[in-house]
Design a protein. Structure first.
Lengths: 356, 242
């Protein structure tokens, strides 16, 4: 079973173009910042937004193409929406039974099956509660049960954890992961949270500004992030811009009004739009202007310090902004904390340049 | 406060409490009451049935001239009822643009029938129903209907199990407000439908007639209408009025 999407979607001025496939048994995450077009894709796959061009097919059945559009009520797709959208006037069990009753199962039968599913999700005693009386985690489970009860071929989760507070989020994430693992069809999770995506998905589809920028396993993307967003995702510094050849033969990427990052000139290709990556461990911090061999030197105030074991990640609000990984010893020795002015430097040879 | 309280006080003092039972069970009042209930209930029902699709169009579907249509719908609300009656005569009267045609072809005359009283009452109460239903549709989260359709619900099923139940308070408001407005309708009815006992003489018309011959009876019927008005307010309280 395969979901195959290759569409252009339009909502007002905004256009989303995306092509990807998802197989049964794997969990695919659509990962992107807010406004990247994730929700628009959800609407299209669910059948609520007919594509302007292209096709959507599930298991060989064409759901959308030039010739036709299968309406949402005739798609074998279960959706858990971002705000859950439980029916406020129906009890939990009626919410879950809704899909069965809409498709013709008689009320008693539908309710019995809904109750059974809620039992399995540990919500047996909340079956008669109205959505407004459910906790965030409970409501999440009811929404999941409502989407699953019709035994869809595709399960689509839109920001499944965003409505929850931090405490319940971890608990519900485990539950969602378990449910995803037990679901035999195609599983698509939409999220803006890299942690959520890595926790739930086998494969990531990065979406930025209405375009797919990278597809791959979390490991693939960690090894070679191809955009600023992907780099943020894996926690490396990234500079995006046009690569020009400098007088001395090295490369230069303009990254601000008059800031330039010096990089090795790539032999494999000649200039153009590039993304340059720099590991935080390769950034050196000092309190005075460094006089060493580093060609890239930027100054600015520390904007945050995050301690992680024996290491700390320090963000410097320079142009361009940089994240450095330093030892706790250095943090103490230099007195690094928010607001301290520092110099961040790195050697050109440490920067990896990739074409865009 | 005084402005509202004084007429009420006056009515209470002038009502012939001793013979109120006798007045309210007199044939003229019983007939008018029954007719009033029939007319108001029909008008509220018609207002809802016709008002729902119209409110739906005003909220959900873009069409040219929407502003104009909305203005037209609200017009009967601000129009003097007697003018509404004259307008209805011009349209449905024996010499009206539609009425003359009805009369010539079918020998059917709407004026001076209960149907005319219903039409007059509907005309003035329809805007209230549309406004209430429009507010209900506007306040509805359309995404709930979308969620329902992804669960396999047809349009009709979504309407029956999601849209209408979620709009229940506004539907009740639409029915009650248009019913109350239709019950009190006077000007358009007397102009268009006339004042015929048993056919078009609703309670307000009966009050008007009694006032000239038997003022005490007029006060008694007025008390009855006020009682109904109070019942409506109590019924609405806690639901839409807070």
């Amino acid at each position: 079973m395969t979901l195959a999407v290759d569409v252009a979607l339009r909502r007002g001025e905004f256009e989303v173009r995306a092509a990807f496939e998802a197989e049964a048994g794997e969990t695919v995450a659509l990962l992107g910042p807010n406004g990247s077009g994730k929700s628009t894709l959800v609407l299209a796959i669910a059948g609520l937004l007919p594509p302007a061009e292209g096709t959507i097919a599930l298991d060989g059945d064409v759901l959308d193409d030039e010739g036709g559009h299968v309406p949402p009520d005739r798609r074998p797709i279960g959706v858990v929406f971002q705000d859950l959208l439980l029916f406020p006037h129906l009890s939990a069990v009626e919410n879950v039974a809704f899909g069965l009753r809409a498709r013709g199962t008689d009320a008693g039968d539908a309710r019995a099956r809904a109750r059974h599913l809620l039992d399995r999700l540990g919500l047996g005693d909340r079956a008669d509660a109205r959505p407004r009386d459910l906790s965030g985690g409970e409501a999440q489970r009811v929404a999941l049960a409502r989407a699953l009860i019709g035994e869809p071929a595709l399960l689509l989760l839109d920001e499944p954890l965003s409505a929850l507070d931090v405490g319940t989020r971890i608990e519900v994430r485990e539950l969602v992961r378990e449910q995803l693992r037990g679901f035999p069809g195609v599983r698509v999770v939409v999220t803006h949270d890299p942690v959520e995506a890595s926790a739930l998905a086998d494969r990531l589809i990065l979406l930025e500004d209405g375009r797919v920028t990278q597809i791959g396993s979390p490991q693939d993307i960690r090894a070679a992030p191809r955009s600023r967003y992907a780099a943020d995702f894996v926690g490396v510094n990234a500079f995006q811009g046009r690569l020009e050849r400098l007088a001395d033969g090295a490369g230069g990427i303009a990254v601000g009004e008059d800031a330039e990052v010096v990089v090795p000139w790539p032999e494999a290709f000649s200039g153009g739009d590039v993304i340059a990556l720099l590991r935080p461990a390769d950034v050196t911090l000092s309190l005075e202007a460094p006089t060493g061999s580093a060609r890239n030197v930027f100054d600015g105030p520390v904007s945050w310090v995050a301690v992680d074991g024996e290491l700390a990640r320090v963000r410097v609000a320079s142009v361009p902004p940089l994240v450095a990984a330093v030892t706790l010893g250095s943090v103490d020795r230099l007195g690094l904390r928010e607001g301290v002015l520092v110099w961040a430097s790195f050697k050109a040879v440490e920067v990896r340049v990739l074409p865009r | 406060m005084l402005l509202v309280a004084l007429p009420l006080l006056g009515l209470i003092l002038r009502t012939p409490w001793a013979r109120i039972g006798e007045v309210l069970t007199s044939e003229i009042v019983v007939t008018a009451l029954r007719l009033s209930l029939i007319v108001a209930t029909s008008a509220a029902a018609i207002s809802f049935v016709l008002g729902f699709p119209l409110a739906w169009m005003l909220v959900r579907s873009p069409f040219p001239g929407k502003t104009f249509v909305r203005a037209l719908v609200i017009l009967p609300l601000v129009m003097p009822p007697v003018v509404a009656g004259v307008g209805l005569l011009a349209a449905f009267g024996r010499r009206g643009i539609v009425g003359s045609w009805l009369y010539e072809w079918f020998g059917f005359q709407l004026t001076f029938t209960t149907g005319a009283a219903v039409l007059a009452a509907t005309f003035v109460s329809f805007p209230l129903a549309v406004l209430a239903l429009e507010a209900g549709l506007r306040g509805l989260d359309e995404r709930l209907e979308h969620a329902a359709s992804t669960l396999g619900a047809s349009r009709w099923y979504v309407m029956r199990r999601v849209t209408l139940p979620l709009m229940a308070p506004q539907i009740a408001a639409a029915l009650v407000l248009s019913w109350a407005r239709a019950l009190g309708e006077f000007g358009a009815t007397i102009t268009f439908a006339g004042n015929l006992q048993g056919r078009t003489q609703t309670l307000p018309l009966a009050v008007f007639e009694r006032l000239q011959t038997d003022p005490e009876a007029a006060f008694a019927i007025s008390m009855l209408l006020i009682a109904i008005a109070f019942a409506v307010i109590i019924g609405l309280r806690g639901r839409f009025l807070r």
